[in-house]
Design a protein around this ligand. Structure first.
Ligand SMILES: [Zn+2]
Length: 229
């Protein structure tokens, strides 16, 4: 029993380090400015989620500040409040059982597509290597949804976007939330990070490509040929 407890704590310490480092790397990459971003990771065995705290600057933050919550949002440990987007992360972990990490940013080009209410069309190999189709944009939240807990409703509308279009979240590891920005995920922190970086890159490339020539999305065959599972 004691060994299990020690293993669990070690796992959480490891995830805290990873979540902390990825948070700083998103800033380094210019994908996050001010506090408009967050990172989390889950230990599926214990069902505990490690998430970046809110209300603290990146300069002051240390790994021990990462907050641990359970899948219902109860705080298990941490002195600070968990990220304001925690409920969105929890809905995604509850509904996409294979994902192990989630990142959110307001990266510039991805947010432009989100504000335009458009998914990012797959126009070439850079996109096809990581996303096996269009990166969808959610519908706007309804007036009724806006009255509820916005972060929970945001999570639900992401899940609904994937269910209604029969999309596999492991093959399309990211989404644009209408009028907001991207959420990306992956099996592990490093995958979610790569998807966040690549999503912004393909958002910029698609924007520029369409300016040069309003080409159509590539075919399914092309997408499948270049997708690295
Ligand atoms: Zn946001």
């Amino acid at each position: 029993m004691r060994v299990n407890q020690q293993a669990k704590e070690k796992m959480l310490e490891n995830l805290k380090q990873q979540v902390y480092k990825a948070s700083l790397k998103l800033v380094e990459q210019g994908l996050v400015i001010y506090t408009w971003g967050n990172v989390s990771a889950i230990d599926r065995e214990s069902g505990l989620v490690v998430i970046k705290p809110s209300g603290i600057s990146y300069e002051e933050m240390v790994p021990a500040d990462m907050v641990v919550v359970d899948l219902s949002g109860n705080i298990i440990s941490g002195d600070l409040k968990p990220s304001s987007d925690t409920n969105t992360h929890l809905i995604l972990y509850q509904n996409f059982p294979l994902i192990g990490s989630i990142m959110h940013s307001h990266s510039e080009y991805a947010s432009c597509w989100a504000q335009a209410g458009l998914g990012i069309p797959p126009l070439g190999i850079t996109h096809a290597n990581f996303f096996n189709g269009e990166i969808p944009c959610t519908k706007p939240l309804s007036a009724k949804q806006m009255e509820g807990d916005i972060e929970t409703e945001t999570g639900k509308i992401i899940v609904e976007t994937f269910r209604s279009a029969k999309l596999d979240p492991m093959r399309i590891p990211g989404v644009l939330v209408y009028g907001h920005g991207p959420f990306c995920w992956g099996k592990e922190v490093r995958d979610a990070f790569d998807h966040t970086v690549v999503l912004e890159k393909v958002a910029r490339m698609a924007y520029r490509t369409r300016q040069l020539n309003p080409v159509k999305a590539v075919e399914k065959k092309f997408l499948d040929r270049y997708f690295f599972d």
